[in-house]
Design a protein around this ligand. Structure first.
Ligand SMILES: [Zn+2]
Length: 404
């Protein structure tokens, strides 16, 4: 069924569709949020219901209240995801491989199927560039970095299978970038469960597809990215000038959640904090000072970890053998996205890491992201120089485009 757009009294502009799974009930999604519901099942419904209620009482958002400077800057959103419209069939030799596929869902949506189950129900903006661009224009986003939905990073697949899937994803992103080179930037994927193929794919992304960098997860099958086994990968990325965007995935602590809140909500901040800390404690940040690396979700708990690490570093002489400089020195070289939701929290990470290290992130088009990153920045009351830095200049530096 084609998407219909309607105005609902007391609500904002939305998209109505008939939800066959919910017995033909009518479903409203707020176009305003540039998001689709994460699905029709359980938690996602609650998230969307809460958002509808919250948004209905909120003042009209952007772009009216964006100042001219922010609009003129053409923001670069480094944290946005794609899911392809379809996946190739599995042609490997493995058995019971959790190879993804797509299945039809309600209007404008599709189910991402993994192991015969709905992993997530996604909106067509995951693969339709024109739809994304419309939403970007509404939210005053000039360019989006496109990276795979993290669950597609496939570190748990046999490497031969992962190589096929990851190459397919990278080509899909490249196609979107080629169609709209002024609006999209590619951040690809590599099969990091095996360093050699990962390095080959990194070379392909940088040299052939001309991507400025890649997305990796906060850990590779339970091993933090700062582990020495990944050092050759980061050495190569530094040498090639490839930007690394680290995204929380399959986080630690899921077994400790009480109630129905998603692990992305409760556990992502801790997991991305672990990843960032490991880059310092493992010595990679010290050995590769030119590495450009960004952490998702504002670095999660990392802004609170760094002062604790600094204290430990001061009182533990042995620690200075592997970490020659105070932890904060390395932390202020990393980049962090703005997905912290509260203007006060945004001001906090700017204070913790520096105005030069914060970059716009939205998590588009997923429901748990910041539906209005430019609004969050606007409400933070930053001065003009900081706004310019956060909205665009820092991202250009992170992506190695600063001289362009
Ligand atoms: Zn994300």
């Amino acid at each position: 069924m084609p998407c219909a757009v309607a105005r609902i009294q007391g609500a904002k502009r939305g998209r109505l569709s008939v939800d066959s799974k919910a017995g033909g009930g009518v479903r409203l999604e707020l176009l305003d949020n540039r998001r689709s519901a994460a699905g029709t099942e359980g938690r996602a419904h609650v998230v969307m219901r809460d958002r509808v209620q919250r948004e209905a009482g909120r003042a009209p958002r952007t772009p009216k209240r964006l100042d001219d400077l922010m609009t003129a800057m053409r923001a670069i959103d480094i944290h946005a995801h794609i899911v392809p419209e379809k996946f190739p069939s599995y042609t490997g030799v493995g058995r019971n491989i959790p190879w993804p596929s797509m299945a039809p869902a309600h209007a404008c949506h599709a189910h991402v199927m993994i192991e015969g189950k709905v992993y997530r129900t996604v909106h067509q903006s995951c693969w339709l560039p024109e739809e994304r661009i419309r939403d970007m224009d509404k939210g005053a986003i000039g360019m989006q970095c496109l990276s795979p939905m993290p669950e597609l990073l496939s570190y748990w697949l046999p490497v031969a299978d992962a190589q096929v899937l990851i190459r397919y994803l990278n080509e899909q992103i490249a196609e979107m970038v080629a169609r709209h080179p002024t609006r999209f930037i590619g951040l690809g994927a590599v099969p990091l469960q095996d360093i050699e193929p990962a390095l080959r794919e990194l070379g392909y992304l940088v040299n052939v597809l001309k991507f400025p960098g890649i997305e990796i997860a906060s850990h590779i099958n339970g091993v933090s990215i700062g582990d020495p086994r990944f050092a050759p990968f980061f050495a190569a990325a530094e040498k090639m000038g490839a930007a690394i965007f680290v995204h929380a995935l399959r986080p630690a602590g899921q077994d400790r959640i009480v109630g129905g809140m998603a692990e992305q909500v409760i556990c992502f901040p801790g997991d991305i904090g672990l990843a960032a800390a490991s880059m310092i404690t493992g010595g990679i940040a010290e050995r590769h000072p030119a590495l450009r690396i960004a952490f998702s979700h504002g670095g999660g708990v990392f802004s609170f970890l760094v002062p604790r690490m600094a204290r430990a570093w001061e009182v533990t002489p042995k620690m200075r053998e592997t970490i020659p400089q105070p932890p904060g020195v390395y932390a202020k070289r990393f980049y962090y996205d703005t997905i912290v939701f509260e203007p006060a929290a945004l001001r906090h990470i700017i204070g913790a890491f520096g105005a030069s290290q914060i970059v716009v992130g939205s998590d588009y088009p997923f429901a748990l992201g910041d539906p209005d990153p430019m609004g969050t920045i606007s409400r933070a009351g930053l001065d003009a120089a900081t706004t310019r830095a956060v909205v665009r200049e820092n991202a250009e530096r992170f992506l190695g485009r600063a001289s362009q």
